[in-house]
Design a binder for this molecule. Structure first.
Ligand code: NDP
Ligand code: MG
Length: 383
């Protein structure tokens, strides 16, 4: 049977690149979803003819229904629509490319149908990784990472029979647009500066997370959950060129790395084709032209979001949901121009200090911790 894929968040950066890949590989689109971008979703629907199109904002969904009246595409709205797209029987794989904790419920719903998950939405594993991984195991759903670092690790672990042989997972980080800036310079960086990532073109939220290094903190937690590794076995290495996407060090000190041009279509495609490989969608890597690859240790003093995330990871329970919720709220405020760049780690740290951790949380406890963290940050901003 021909492969069919549903993309949750198809109008975003990962969503659009997922559509490039399915077009190149001859894969069908089963369901496409977005929040409110009716123009882009209509264009995607006309090109890819999914069975179902969803906009979570009801007004936008009503508009799309009128625009697609001349097609056989069914249109749904709201959170129910998003959940319906996640479980649509026609799809064998679901790409989770919505931003933030909004991805958690639909990812869990897709897992419960046993489908393969191409996991881009890292916040799902940060907030509820233990629950999500246990549910995937119970339902036989394969979670294949789309995040480039985790895809690199996934590739370097192919053929590893015994995880006990893994000494360390080494996550590479570009360092973002502000690597090398002094503390005084960081006080004055603007939103426009923060949105200019040196190597990757991504959605606004993850671009800010890359500038604060919170992205690497979220990825640290994502790696712990995906690969069942304790924090002591995960390291972060600054690698400005984003050519080595991550590495695995084994017990005998052999180190395996995955390299490639910085192009998300490579890990997206591998999530669809694994354990096989598909045609080239991304450009080839020309190492002779790149010439030099550089490495450095992270700077925890100037970029405190990474150590804050590691601290949350070590605390466990709802601490990572608090970290994530506080960060989502603070980044939203920064994107609205309401707070300065360095307020982001300060607000996250305050929320982590004020909200007690609950161990062995249920899904509802996790959502409550997320709410408490957002309320704390929003209260601090208004105070
Ligand atoms: P974008 O902001 O570019 O796209 C987000 C998509 O999700 C859009 O389709 C958007 O619809 C939809 N969406 C946003 N909020 C909601 C919501 N509350 N409910 C339902 N749908 C929503 O994000 P990215 O593609 O950059 O990132 C997506 C996820 O992938 C994130 O978790 C990110 O961390 C992860 N990721 C991204 C990478 C990248 O290169 N971009 C790399 C690795 C991971 P609309 O357009 O209508 O707003
Ligand atoms: Mg990444």
């Amino acid at each position: 049977m021909q492969q069919a894929i549903s993309i949750l968040g198809s109008t975003g950066s990962i969503g659009r690149q997922s559509l490039d890949v399915i077009a190149a590989c001859g894969i069908r689109a089963a369901a496409l979803t977005a929040r409110r971008d009716v123009t882009e979703l209509e264009a995607q629907c006309r090109r890819f003819s999914p069975a179902l199109a969803v906009l979570t904002e009801e007004k936008a969904a009503a508009d799309l229904r009128i625009r697609l009246a001349d097609t056989s595409i069914r249109v749904a709205g709201g959170q129910e629509g998003l959940l319906e797209a996640a479980v649509l029987p026609e799809a064998d794989t679901v790409v989770t490319a919505v931003v933030g904790i909004a991805g958690l419920r639909p990812t869990l719903a897709a897992i419960q149908t046993g489908k393969r998950i191409g996991l881009a939405n890292k916040e799902t594993l940060v907030c509820a990784g233990e629950l999500v991984m246990a549910e995937a195991q119970r339902c036989g759903a394969e979670i294949v990472p789309v995040d480039s670092e985790h895809s690199a690790i996934f590739q370097c672990l192919q053929g590893c029979q015994d995880r006990g042989e893994v000494k360390r997972l080494i996550l590479t980080a570009s360092g973002g647009p502000f690597w090398g800036k002094s503390q005084a310079e960081l006080e004055h960086v603007t939103l426009a500066d923060a949105l200019k990532h040196p190597n990757w073109s991504m959605g606004a939220k993850i671009t800010i997370d890359s500038a604060t290094m919170m992205n690497k903190g979220l990825e640290f937690i994502e790696a712990m959950r995906l690969y069942h590794m304790p924090p002591e076995k995960i390291a972060v290495l600054i690698h400005r060129e984003s050519i080595i996407h991550s590495l695995v060090e084994y017990s005998d000190h052999a180190v395996l790395a995955q390299l490639g041009a910085p192009d998300m279509r490579v890990p997206i495609e591998y999530a669809f084709t694994w354990p096989g490989r598909g045609p080239a969608v991304a450009p080839p890597l020309d190492l002779a032209q790149i010439g030099t690859l550089t490495f450095a240790l992270p700077d925890d003093g100037r970029f405190p979001c990474l150590p804050l995330a590691i601290q949350a990871a070590k605390r466990g329970g709802t601490a990572t949901a608090v970290l994530n919720g506080a960060n989502e709220a603070a980044v939203e405020r920064f994107l609205q121009g309401e707070i300065g760049f360095l307020e982001i780690p300060r607000l996250v740290e305050k929320a982590m200090a004020r909200i007690p951790v609950q161990h062995s949380p249920t899904l509802e406890d996790i959502f409550a911790a997320d709410e408490a963290a957002r309320a704390c940050v929003n209260g601090l901003v208004l105070a």
